[in-house]
Design a protein around this ligand. Sequence first.
Ligand code: R1P
Ligand code: URA
Length: 291
Amino acid sequence: MEKKYFAPSELIINEDGSIFHLHLKPENLADKVILVGDPGRVALVASHFEDIECEVESREFRTITGTYHRKRVTVVSTGIGCDNIDIVLNELDALANIDFETRTEKDQLRQLTLVRIGTCGGLQPYTPTGTYIASIKSIGFDGLLNFYAGRDKASDLDFEAEFKKQVKWDSQLGNPYVACADEQLTEQIAQDDMVRGVTIACGGFFGPQGRELRLPLQDPHLNEKIEKFSYNGLQITNFEMESSALAGLATLMGHRAVTCCMVIANRLAKKANAGYKNTIDGLVKTVLDRI
Ligand code: R1P
Ligand code: URA
């Protein structure tokens, strides 16, 4: 069978041979990848590396590849939101699995291990600020996965139906999907000091997460229903903005992924830790040791 050719408009390669947004070349990418939202967190992760092999910056995407305890690791910032995860995951996958010379897919899948280190808002009494949460499932309020074939294969459809029923989901908000993290990778990273949680990834920090400043919310009781949700012994533990797209796209592409976040605001207790930048290094070190 003839291989599919990815035209220059679909797979944009810069003049120097790097991929369009990330500005990385295929040889710059390690198999183990840490994704962070904040470009400033890239230097924090790389401060633990013994050697730095390459450093690239373009828009909100900052990348460093180096060595941590003899493991080759790439750390990339994604900026905020699932729209950026679409760019980062597709470009990382292209770097790993598309031959840039022939613009065709390589014969053998190169599987990446992707761990997102982020911050989140806690939704349960047992997720106070400082808690580490590994997302075993991520409910995507963002809609990104709905654009890909196989969306239903990558979503836990029973969980999805139960979620919509329990929170009386308004279809105007789009169709939420439920993406699952790689189970083995989750155990490897979370061990016995991270809460296994169900995360909601939102397309916004304010309205979509039930934060009401000057603008009233479409459903002011949605967060109460989310906090009360329970299914097969699972509760919804936290809000952030990228885990659903990461887990969903990684599943469709054949990569392994999980998101681990530190709680920096507990919505029930109405408390926040705005000085978290001093303490997230504990999570960074834990993930680097376990990846
Ligand atoms: C919002 O403040 C941002 O923080 C969280 C959310 O997912 C969103 O990106 O993650 P990061 O700390 O990784 O950016
Ligand atoms: N990131 C989020 O998306 N929400 C929070 O409440 C905290 C961090």
